[in-house]
Design a protein. Structure first.
Length: 155
């Protein structure tokens, strides 16, 4: 897939998540399909946290020479009460929408040299803007599928 198609897919992620949530009831929103699986509500909160973290990684790679990029423990964040993963989903959905829209504009301005820029990520040997795009183009879509499965009680 070329970068224009990856950016289109990245930009379409929030709509795919909203489609997966269409008509969701409280029972489905908080259905835990397995003891260690996330509910649909938790997935939405994760998406907002992941999106804000990832947009900062991208911007650091574009503004700095080989910056150190932070990782985070997604599972620990999901169960940390102070992070409020049990709250309504509209605010994190708004974050997902806004950050993706702003970042898609930025991505469309980049050239090949920009996509080759690197950051130092503790979970990847080489981490470039290109790799970032390939990961995050699919990220929301993967979690939209996870939401659909969770609504059905499937892990």
């Amino acid at each position: 897939m070329d970068n224009a198609a990856l950016i289109d897919r990245y930009e379409a992620g929030p709509a795919e998540v909203r489609d997966a949530l269409a008509g969701i009831g409280a029972d489905e929103l908080d259905r835990r399909p397995a003891p260690d699986a996330w509910t649909a509500r938790e997935v939405v909160h994760h998406l907002a946290d992941s999106e804000t973290t990832s947009c900062l990684r991208l911007r650091r790679m574009l503004a700095m020479d080989r910056p150190e990029l932070q990782s985070y423990d997604e599972a620990a964040w999901a169960v940390e009460p102070r992070l409020a993963y049990d709250e309504p989903i509209e605010p994190p959905l708004a974050v997902l929408d806004a950050v993706r829209a702003a970042t898609a504009v930025l991505l469309r301005r980049l050239d090949d040299a920009d996509f080759a820029r690197l950051g130092v990520h503790p979970e990847h040997d080489d981490y470039s803007v290109q790799i970032w795009l390939e990961i995050y183009a699919d990220h929301a879509h993967i979690h939209a599928d996870q939401i659909r499965r969770a609504r059905q009680g499937l892990a």
